[in-house]
Design a protein around this ligand. Sequence first.
Ligand code: ADP
Ligand code: MG
Length: 240
Amino acid sequence: MLEISGLHKSYGSNVVLRGVDLKVNAGELVCVIGPSGSGKSTMLRCCNLLETPTGGSILANGHQVTSPTVDINRLRQDVGMVFQQFNLYPHLTALDNVALALRNVQRRSKAEAQALAQQALEQVGLGAKARAYPGELSGGQQQRVGIARAVALKPQVILFDEPTSALDPELVEDVLNVMRDLRQRGMTMLVVTHEMAFAHAAADRVVFMDGGVVVEQGTAAELFEHPREPRTQSFLARYG
Ligand code: ADP
Ligand code: MG
């Protein structure tokens, strides 16, 4: 579903990604962990061209992301994204935030977009909040709107960039539960997270990134219980 090979990204002389190799198979939940500044967000953002890779290749649901002829509009329908800071429009209701992409990206009619948006909000348990504005919702509810917005486009894979890092601790589980539910429904997911308990329990595979490369990857049990690389060991020791 997603195959990243030798991915490089530099900003001027600052080399952020130095050859990332990572694969996500259909139906898998893969978690990416690693210290701040290791390039996790940059790697995700390259997958739907929010950033332009400077080298390597990415194949996403048949799209050659790194080809100059890639159809960015189709790519972003197939590869959804959920952001740490939600990125909702404050002047639009929850329903309209979700409906907007359906109208702009999929060229749906207003009525059709709103009906599909309502369904997506119901899927994340927010059917009753459709008319609320982001400022009237808790952080956890806002992030569930962000997930509904991604889900509404019926993507083949969803990228999550620290979806719970901006939330008060008591709101984290609501969002993780929505993600567990998506996984049950067979959604393919690549999740950057600091929620080690979630990664340990829910991930099919866990990838540890540091310094712009994948240092180590394995099943959740292998990586958390028997990390092989010293850098993985010291990172996990800090997270207890
Ligand atoms: P992580 O998500 O693992 O914390 P990031 O991918 O956000 O790491 O950032 C990795 C490095 O890339 C950091 O050193 C950051 O300063 C740099 N970086 C990220 N985005 C940009 C940008 N738009 N311009 C310049 N440098 C950037
Ligand atoms: Mg980040």
